[in-house]
Design a protein around this ligand. Structure first.
Ligand SMILES: NC(=O)c1ccc[n+]([C@@H]2O[C@H](COP(=O)([O-])OP(=O)(O)OC[C@H]3O[C@@H](n4cnc5c(N)ncnc54)[C@H](O)[C@@H]3O)[C@@H](O)[C@H]2O)c1
Ligand SMILES: N[C@@H](CCC=O)C(=O)O
Length: 517
């Protein structure tokens, strides 16, 4: 088998007329399909329950994107049973055959790239660039995990020291049937990656998508089905997190859980999964990728124009609804005022509006999130100076103006709690040393950035800025599969490093076999 080296799917910026036309056509095609119903998928069967989860467009909440059948405990039990049944055969597939299914799925996604992006524009309010980048990342996960799974194949993947008189070998085997619980903010990329990883190495999965992204999840399953993934290897189970999600986590038949979402839910899952239930034969493997309170530190040597451009991209891309988003800006006193002028000047030019019009910022995801962000803005008014935004904008959608606070204390709530919206809290520090201390003074540790021309400071930050993904002199969002393995320290999760060379190790166990001759 000839396997070409992995290459990232190109990111489109829609500067080209042909790309813009393709996206407009895809939006029109998808718009004509809004409002349909989608079943659960259990063991390859399409199942409806009589109960529905509606999904609305956050740019225009009156618009129904679609309804997904809502799963309950009975469907969760059936899905786990189907996953274990499929495991018996899927685990025996040669690795090359499993990888080919992933590559085929990548090829299908590539062909459906604009259409899949258009679904995200309507379902979660991504602008075109963010939406197409999300599909590109999903394609990368499929292509990349299919390739690195080959490195875990057979005893040759585990070099051992020879021992006289004995034949020793060790090899990786899959864990079994597990559960993948995903967030809405990267509804194709993260959803696909969390399925593709475990499946690549022979496990089977029950996927519980986020309530706000159920239609897009179904679209991913269409791709997997067309790619020839056998029934039951992946099962689709939309439902309420606290109900069906919690049921799956606590289930004795769940072998592993891969979760991406908030810190609060991640901790509940970790705790629940740690309790052994009667008849449970294993210690559940739990992988969590959680929130962040990510900081960019700018010192007096930095290129301030470059810094301002990347701060704005990091803080407001997808309206700040990324775990990697810059939500704290830490600036050395000497350049604070000048930098803030540049940041606010750029931020106030950003266009906020319906995602289908490809604005700089679309809406936040739902009414609850809008209320949460506005609540934090009110808190911020007592914790710092509001220098830009701070309000809900006109329109039916959940639109919030890019917001900047200055003069924020490092321990203030808006400097410590994840807001997940277009809100930037600026902290003034006397020098780089204090800045580094402030940067690390959070319970999270996901992404971080430094803008500086000092080699000595960058090298210090390389080891002392305690985050899983650190960036120098560029934005702190947009990690690329195979290039920047992604995952955080501290309460940002188990540092699983999605899109990294070790990721698949979370979903295998090693068996050692010795024969004495
Ligand atoms: N570290 C990362 O890689 C990463 C990536 C994306 C998002 N995130 C984080 O995700 C959060 C935003 O996503 P969200 O709002 O969908 O998060 P969330 O925690 O509210 O929900 C995530 C998923 O968990 C489910 N869920 C909720 N309660 C549950 C329970 N008790 N048991 C089992 N499942 C349950 C939800 O239905 C959803 O599918 C932010 O905190 C963001 O930082 C982290
Ligand atoms: N991996 C994405 C963030 C995912 C979390 O929301 C990035 O690097 O920006």
């Amino acid at each position: 088998m000839t396997v070409e080296p992995f290459k990232n799917e190109p990111i489109l910026l829609f500067q080209d007329e042909a790309e813009r036309k393709a996206m407009q056509a895809a939006l029109a095609e998808v718009k004509a399909q809004l409002g349909r119903d989608y079943p659960l998928i259990i063991g390859g069967d399409k199942v409806v329950t009589g109960d529905w989860l509606p999904s609305h467009d956050p740019s225009d909440p009156a618009r129904l994107v679609g309804r997904a059948a809502k799963a309950g405990p009975a469907e969760a039990d059936a899905a786990l049973e189907a996953a274990w049944k499929a495991f018996e055969t899927w685990k025996r597939w040669p690795q090359e055959h499993r990888s080919r299914v992933l590559w085929k799925a990548a090829a299908i996604m590539r062909r459906r790239k604009f259409e899949l992006a258009a679904w995200m524009v309507y379902e979660v309010g991504k602008n075109w660039v963010e939406a197409i980048a999300d599909v590109a990342e999903a394609i990368d996960f499929l292509d990349y995990y299919g390739r690195i799974a080959l490195n875990l194949k057979g005893p040759e993947a585990v070099p051992l020291h020879p021992y006289p008189g004995e034949d020793n070998e060790a090899f990786y085997i899959p864990l079994g049937a597990g559960v993948s619980i995903s967030p809405w903010n990267f509804p194709i990329a993260i959803f696909t990656g969390m399925l593709a990883g475990p499946i690549a190495v022979g496990n089977t999965v029950v996927a519980k998508p986020a309530e706000d992204a159920v239609v897009v999840a179904y679209k991913v399953f269409e791709v997997l089905e067309e790619a020839g993934l056998p029934p039951g290897v992946a099962n689709l189970l939309p439902g309420i997190g606290e109900e069906v999600g919690a049921h799956l986590v606590a289930h004795p038949d769940t072998r592993f859980i891969t979760f991406t979402g908030s810190l609060e839910v991640g901790l509940i899952i970790t705790e629940t999964a740690a309790k052994r239930i009667p008849n449970q034969k294993w210690i559940k493997r739990v992988v969590t990728e959680l929130g962040g309170k990510d900081a960019i530190l700018v010192d007096e040597t930095a290129d301030l124009d470059l810094a301002a451009q990347h701060i704005v991209a990091s803080a407001y891309g997808f309206s700040g609804q990324k775990c990697s988003a810059a939500s704290r800006l830490i600036v050395v006193d000497k350049v604070h005022d000048l930098l803030m002028e540049k940041v606010t000047e750029r931020s106030e030019k950003l266009v906020v509006g319906p995602a289908e019009e490809n604005p700089d910022l679309g809406p936040v995801i739902n009414a609850e999130q809008e209320a949460k962000v506005l609540k934090y803005i009110e808190i911020g008014k007592n914790e710092g100076q509001l220098v830009l935004g701070g309000e809900k904008l006109e329109g039916p959608g959940f639109f919030i103006a890019p917001t900047v606070f200055t003069g924020v204390d490092p321990h203030a709530r808006i400097a410590q709690e994840e807001i997940f919206g277009p809100v930037l809290s600026t902290i003034r520090v006397k020098d780089f040393d204090e800045g580094l201390e402030v940067a690390n003074a959070t319970r999270y540790g996901l992404t971080g950035g430094v803008f500086s021309k000092s080699r000595e400071r960058l090298e210090r930050a390389r080891y002392e800025f305690h985050v899983g993904n650190l960036y120098f002199n560029r934005k702190i969002t947009g990690a690329l599969v195979g290039v920047q393995p992604f995952g955080g320290f501290n309460l940002s999760g188990t540092d699983s490093k999605a899109g990294g060379p070790d990721y698949l190790h979370h979903f295998v166990q090693m068996k050692s076999v010795t024969e004495r001759f």
